[in-house]
Write a protein that binds this ligand. Structure first.
Ligand code: PLP
Length: 388
């Protein structure tokens, strides 16, 4: 057995599933063709694989294959959705609504658009991480062109009420984008029932390869217009130029297919592991659960601990368990998580937090060891902290 730390950071990325790797390998080797090559069998093979993958992804979210635009991941999909809509609709309006707890791949494109003269409303969240729907309704104006609300939060796992948000947007004739990077393959998604117009996806959070994702772009009722952000050969119906990365696309589809086929049983298993973890740590002095207790991803547990130095906590955990700490998503900067401060936490409490992302390859023994190590790490830190 390896002595590397127990991996419980499955919201950051996941290991590639062996079955996904096996599906990808032939497309690095014998089937290496360019799917855009129409005059020989090498191209046809690659094209057939891309077509089949596109079909699998479309079915996974109740879309049609023509509505799937492949990108390098969810970051690019979010950029394409937000900047692409802003450029295509600025004559109609220049107001966008999003949420303070979004991923930076949504927040930063919005800040960029502000610098170009767009106006952005960043909705607050309630203490449980959910948006207040009456606040959303109040924020919509005649010049609002887009609402962007993530499906599942990458830090606290909270699931926003997509279908209700979709209904509100449709009623007001505002486009609705959702970043579903953490949600695809983990909860049911239906762009028709949920009235979603644009949806960002990625493969590497569900045991697929890094560097591949997609944007769902609605084609009818309404037909979404999008300004491309990558110009070139006119791939993906002009919305995203660049040679399609066949092995990654095949792996993406395989990862989604596997996640969907195991979704219900896996959600139950992960919920049990999460409850087991919480039961073993909830008696710790000063522990706080971050985010809604039930309306969250099965594998997500995010906690803060009062009267503990966040940096010391992260340092103490790291040799035994690989988790993200309260500054993880801005790890190059020493600032507290914007998600946890949006919940009303002080910077100190936000720093002293741990995100557990439990995944497909974790088991009960690992959860027990992680719980034990967390308790062992926290207790002395609290004594030291409170005595100074
Ligand atoms: C991981 C993640 C992203 C970024 O996805 P990439 O494919 O790594 O670019 C965006 N949004 C959320 C919610 C994420 O969890």
């Amino acid at each position: 057995m390896s002595h590397r730390p127990i991996y419980l950071d499955n919201h950051a990325t996941t290991p590639l599933d062996e079955r996904v790797l096996a599906a990808m390998l032939p497309y690095f080797r014998e089937h290496f063709g360019n799917p855009a090559s129409i005059s020989h069998v090498y191209g046809w093979e690659a094209e057939a694989a891309v077509k089949e993958s596109r079909q699998i992804l479309a079915e996974a979210i109740h879309a049609t294959p023509e509505e799937i635009v492949f990108t390098s991941g969810a970051t690019e999909a979010n950029n394409l959705a937000i900047k692409g809509v802003a450029e295509a609709y600025f004559k109609k309006g220049r107001h966008i609504i999003t949420v303070q707890t979004e991923h930076n791949a949504v927040l930063d494109p919005c800040h960029y658009l502000e610098s170009l003269g767009f106006e952005v409303t960043f909705l607050q969240v309630q203490n449980d991480g959910l948006i207040d729907l009456t606040e959303l309704v109040k924020a919509i104006r005649p010049d609002t062109i887009l609402v962007s609300v993530m499906t599942a939060n990458n830090e606290i796992g909270v699931l926003q009420p997509l279908a209700t948000i979709g209904a509100i947007c449709r009623e007001n004739e505002v486009l609705f984008h959702t970043d579903a990077a953490q949600a695809i393959g983990k909860i049911p998604l239906d762009v028709e029932a949920m009235k979603i117009d644009l949806m960002s996806l990625t493969a590497h959070k569900i045991y697929g390869p890094k560097g591949i994702g997609a944007l769902y772009v609605r084609r009818r009722n309404p037909r979404v217009k999008l300004s491309p952000q990558m110009h070139g050969g006119g791939h993906e119906r002009g919305m995203r130029s660049g040679t399609l990365y066949t092995p990654q696309i095949v792996g993406f589809a395989k990862a989604v297919e596997l996640a969907l086929s195991e979704m219900d049983s896996e959600a139950k298993r992960l919920t049990n592991l999460r409850q087991r973890l919480w039961a073993k740590i909830c008696q710790l002095h000063g522990i706080v659960l971050n985010g809604h207790p039930i309306q969250r991803l099965a594998g997500n547990l995010n906690i803060s601990v009062k009267n503990v130095d966040g940096a010391a906590l992260a340092l103490g955990l790291q040799p035994i368990i690989a988790v993200s700490s309260g500054s993880a998503c801005t790890s190059t900067k020493a600032s507290p998580s914007h998600v946890l401060t949006a919940l009303g936490h002080s910077p100190e409490l936000a720093f002293a937090s741990v995100r557990f992302g439990i995944g497909r390859f974790n088991n009960e023994l690992e959860i027990d060891l992680a719980a034990e190590h967390l308790c062992k790490t926290v207790k002395p830190l609290q004594t030291v902290f409170s005595s100074i």
